[in-house]
Design a binder for this molecule. Structure first.
Ligand code: GLN
Length: 488
């Protein structure tokens, strides 16, 4: 095994014993990047020199022993939607031009405080709008299991880079599934924290009532470690909540006896691939064998989730993206007056999916349509949240497939926005309800061999429980290790 293939916990143990150095590890990641990037295209850019000098600084701290920093010397790559001081920030859009961040996002400062090496800009769908990373203005990331297929989206670069061992872990963002869906399609672990668990200061906003930052990792323990590092109240983000941050990793004891898991009948329906459904049912049986109790539940408003999401998310996006006007950030196309400057800049700078969303969002907010669409969607959103809160009175967690099918081929859905939107059918409700959720590998399709994702949804601030369930399942099955067989 090479150093870039290690998990955070494995690497941290070796670094602490000084069996290996952070510099060697960073070098191993860079060599892997050089080798696989011509096929994978997970990174938009990276600064090898800066990464290596961060690693050298970490080695000095490691040499002095007393670190107490859980991620000291661990290379972590970042989705191109989070501000990292002096690094490019493009959201995979042309409109940001050669913009560079002037400050660190709070999650980045927290990773640095925990000792991490923060490097690279990972590819994504433009402004996080999409499910395949094909909406990047620059390049399409490919799935490490089959490079003719997409890695999912919008955090496709974050999922592919972790799966292809180009970094030890990464950060992404999830507005309607953008962490869990690519994690499922690439076969790694992706966690969307509860709304309010993690600060969004320095995250470029897509839909502010839905966005959360979260980790991509190679196993559940690493997910717990990353969550612990980035969680907590932040006075710079008024939506972050002052809940205590538990020691998530310390609680992973394998004991899930007596935990109740709910299977929502609305999620096991037509359109669900047979192999996906089979793998998820097998996972439920396994959890049951390990001591969890399985209960059928109902989430009656599930059918409305995609429609509600595409009203609320586009409405919020149309407001958030108004700031990209050719005056303040990045690209500018001159015009004879400010209006012409705005429209020429936005016309040239935004890609087709972003324009579609801005138009949709502006429409549902406009006078005469606001009540019929936006207001009604808000009401149904409340019903969807109530469905979950009611279910969580009976169960500790909810199990579903993460996606209806395994990774699809590049180009297969790119001309059909509706088909693309439907690939988020199982992930969207979690954001609308503001609850926690993760995706982890639970098997593979046979021909071709592609990862299948298990989604575990938890109560608001129920991350400990879903991580405990995921960990027990992972230890009993070992699907996460299949990655090591990959030949790219
Ligand atoms: N795929 C969904 C969309 O296109 C979700 C994106 C996300 O979570 N950022 O909006």
């Amino acid at each position: 095994m090479t150093l870039n293939q290690l998990t955070i916990s494995e690497l941290a143990a070796k670094l602490a014993k000084r069996e290996v150095s952070s510099r060697e590890t960073m070098q191993a990641c860079l060599s892997q990047i050089e080798q696989v990037e011509p096929k994978i295209h997970a990174f938009l850019s990276y600064d090898a020199q800066d990464a290596l000098s961060q690693a050298e600084a970490a080695d000095k701290q490691l040499a002095s022993g007393n670190n107490g920093k859980p991620l000291l010397g661990v290379p972590i790559a970042i989705k191109d939607v989070l501000a990292v001081k002096d690094q490019p920030l493009n959201c995979a859009s042309k409109i940001l031009g050669n913009f560079r961040s002037v400050y660190d996002a709070t999650v980045i400062s927290k990773l640095r405080e925990a000792g991490a090496i923060v490097f690279g800009r990972l590819n994504m769908d433009e402004f996080a709008m999409g499910s395949s990373t094909e909406n990047s203005a620059f390049v399409t990331t490919r799935n490490p299991w089959d490079t003719s297929r997409i890695p999912g989206g919008s955090s496709g670069g974050s999922a592919a880079a972790v799966t292809a061992d180009e970094c030890i872990a990464s950060l992404g963002s999830d507005t309607g599934g953008s962490i869990r869906q690519p994690a499922a399609l690439c076969g790694c672990v992706g966690l969307k924290p509860t709304y309010g668990r993690v600060s969004r200061y320095g995250l470029v906003a897509f839909a502010s009532s839905l966005d959360q930052v979260g980790p991509f990792t190679k196993d559940i323990r690493d997910s717990a470690m990353m969550l612990q590092a980035i969680s907590g109240y932040d006075r710079s983000d008024s939506t972050s909540l002052p809940e205590p941050v538990p020691d998530y990793a310390a609680k992973l004891d394998g004991n899930i006896k007596g935990l109740k898991i709910g299977l929502p009948k609305e999620y096991f329906i037509g359109g669900l691939d047979k192999e996906v459904s089979g793998a998820v049912h097998a996972a439920v049986q396994q959890l049951n064998k390990l001591g969890a109790e399985v209960v059928e539940i109902s989430l009656p408003h599930t059918d409305y989730a995609v429609a509600v999401y595409y009203i609320i998310a586009t409405a919020e996006a149309s407001a958030n993206l108004a700031r990209f006007d050719g005056i303040r950030y990045g690209m500018r196309v001159e015009g004879k007056d400010p209006i012409e400057l705005y429209s020429k800049t936005r016309g040239a700078g935004f890609g087709p999916e972003v324009k579609r969303r801005i138009i949709l969002g502006t429409y549902v907010l406009s006078s005469g349509y606001y009540d019929a669409y936006y207001l009604r969607a808000q009401k149904v959103r409340t019903l969807i949240r109530q469905d979950f809160l009611k279910a969580f009175e009976k169960v500790d967690a909810i199990i579903t497939p993460t996606t209806p099918t395994a990774a699809f081929k590049a180009g297969e859905k790119s001309d059909d926005p509706m088909q693309m939107y439907l690939s988020d059918i199982f992930t969207i409700s979690c954001n609308l309800a503001g609850i926690s959720g993760l995706s982890m590998p639970c098997g593979f399709t046979t021909n071709p061999k592609l990862p299948i994702g298990l989604q575990i949804l938890g109560k608001p601030f129920g991350e400990e429980t879903i991580l405990t369930l995921g960990h027990a399942y992972e230890q009993a099955t070992g699907w996460h290790k299949e990655r090591l067989q990959l030949k790219i």
